[in-house]
Write a protein that binds this ligand. Structure first.
Ligand code: NAD
Length: 473
């Protein structure tokens, strides 16, 4: 692990023009890990210039060629998965097994996108006029600004960078300031895999500085953002003002419903992993568990005993941990009861014990805001209609799950729950590389990442109207 994480512009490491650096601490023990470039508007502008310069030549390559280069990158990442995962472990504090799984997920995304090189299907259609052939083709947008969160550093970049460059765009990535090294690793690997210099650039730094400069730059044609709803709203307004395309993948307050006919052991197993894996730092985390009255006490007891067996993982930073503790304190002052956790784990690092609360009102701040940590809330309901109403009583709508033996309840829930992903008898977990992922309401703006839907983000459709013989028209 390098001590200094620079930018990567036009294929070369680039020091911050201001000469300033930021400290990055190791979440597992709070010790210094590395320092990263504190970039500003000039560094961002240099990266955009580099990306713009090579975009036409990159777009000239055929989709098959670009797909092959994307495949090379995915295969190289597979070869170097241990190294990639070790960087992720150091930057996030998550268990190695989880980081390896994420490296593999990023590889799978690359392989899926690579396959589009020999598909990338358009459509042919009819015309009201004779002797016309009409077809649709994808075209790149130009320079893409890709801004990512810290929670799963490799998939977060992979979900954007693979389809962005495959579609013939060039890109400037602004990774989260919490995970600078994994982003640099990915972009350097891209160079090694044959992605031409300048096609994938990285600018490190703070959101309000480097991130905002990327969003505000006139020469960025598309901003694709994964992060919090508040930041997403500002990005939509700012980039939207110049009519840039904006794709937002935002937060969630995901609910998992346990009906009275559910397999309770299965439901509790999924509820625990949905709420607490990755220390709850998942956009799809189950931060609300909605339980039918008849099985409430049994589910509560199983959840509390199950959570006691979990090893607390660190959250990303000290301020994040303090924000969670303060939110729990306010919830308790408002009448919520801590069933387990609620406290910092004594010892080094930024750890919050897996926390379960009950008796918070659905109207309380804690029921309505995303904490992005290992905190989940229990609610009682007496019917499916009540459960659906509670699930939908949120400004978010990313994922939702139901546990039931009833096909009717499952289908009814899938139909009525306001979310981009519904899971029956499983967790509020994300999807696979070939499945479009994204949310409704404040969880996004309707675009989908992954799947071929991702290509719709990074390309525009062009209609080609062919009049083969003008004499016949
Ligand atoms: P965040 O909004 O604080 O930061 C996300 C990224 O945006 C970071 O790179 C940050 O530096 C940058 N940023 C911050 N302010 C900016 C600004 N003014 N202009 C431009 N860029 C700016 O979010 P976070 O704490 O990194 O991540 C947590 C959030 O991300 C949660 O809400 C979570 O649900 C969401 N998330 C969503 C998905 C999804 O697919 N829907 C996936 C992962 C995380």
């Amino acid at each position: 692990m390098r001590d200094e994480i620079p930018n990567l512009i036009a294929g070369e490491p680039a020091l911050p023009l201001s000469g300033e650096w930021l400290d990055k601490l190791r979440p597992a023990d709070g010790a210094h890990l590395c320092r990263l470039a504190r970039s500003g508007a000039s560094d961002v502008a240099a990266a955009i210039t580099a990306a713009r310069a090579v975009q036409p030549a990159w777009a000239e390559r055929t989709p098959v060629e670009r797909g092959e280069i994307v495949r090379e990158l995915a295969l190289l990442l597979r070869e170097r998965r241990d190294e990639a995962a070790e960087i992720v472990v150091a930057e996030t504090g998550k268990p190695l097994e989880l980081a390896l799984g994420e490296a593999d997920a990023a590889v799978q995304m690359g392989l899926f996108v690579a396959g589009e090189g020999r598909r990338s299907y358009g459509r042919t259609t009819t015309s009201a006029m004779k002797h016309r052939t009409v077809l649709t083709v994808r075209q790149p947008l130009g320079v893409a600004g890709l801004i990512t969160s810290f929670n799963t550093p490799l998939p977060n970049i992979a979900w954007k960078a693979f389809p962005a460059i495959f579609c013939g765009n060039t890109a400037v990535v602004k990774p989260s300031e919490h995970v600078p090294a994994s982003a640099l690793f990915f972009a350097e690997l891209a160079l090694e895999a044959g992605v031409p210099a300048g096609v994938l650039n990285v600018v490190q730094g703070l959101g309000a500085e480097a991130g905002a400069a990327l969003v505000e730059h006139e020469d960025v044609d598309l901003v694709s953002f994964t992060g919090s709803a508040g930041t997403g709203r500002w990005i939509n307004e700012t980039a939207g003002r110049r009519l840039a395309k904006v794709c937002l993948e935002l937060g969630g307050k995901n609910a998992l419903v346990v009906c009275d006919d559910a397999d309770l052991d299965n439901a509790v197993r999924w509820a625990l992993s949905s709420a607490f894996s990755n220390a709850g730092q998942r956009c799809a985390a189950a931060s609300r568990i909605v339980v039918f009255e008849r099985v409430y006490d049994a589910v509560r007891d199983l959840l509390v005993s199950g959570s006691g067996e979990l090893k607390p993982e660190p959250v990303i930073s000290e301020p994040a941990l303090e924000r969670m503790l303060a939110a729990i304190d306010r919830a308790v002052a408002n009448g919520a009861r801590v069933l387990t956790g609620g406290e910092r784990v004594v010892g080094p690092g930024f750890r919050l014990a897996p926390t379960i609360l009950e008796e918070a009102s659905p109207a309380d701040e804690i029921s309505r805001t995303e904490l992005f940590g290992p905190v989940t809330l229990l609610y009682r309901v007496s019917s499916l209609d009540e459960a659906v109403a509670l699930v939908n009583d949120s400004r978010y709508g990313l994922t939702a799950a139901i546990h039931t033996a009833s096909l009717h309840r499952a289908l009814r829930f899938a139909e009525k729950a306001q979310a981009g992903v519904i899971v029956v008898n499983g967790g509020t977990h994300g999807s696979e590389p070939h499945m479009g992922f994204g949310g409704v309401k404040d969880s996004g703006t309707g675009w989908r990442e992954a799947g071929i839907e991702a290509l719709d983000v990074y390309s525009d459709w062009k209609i080609v109207n062919l009049i083969a013989d003008p004499a016949l028209t």
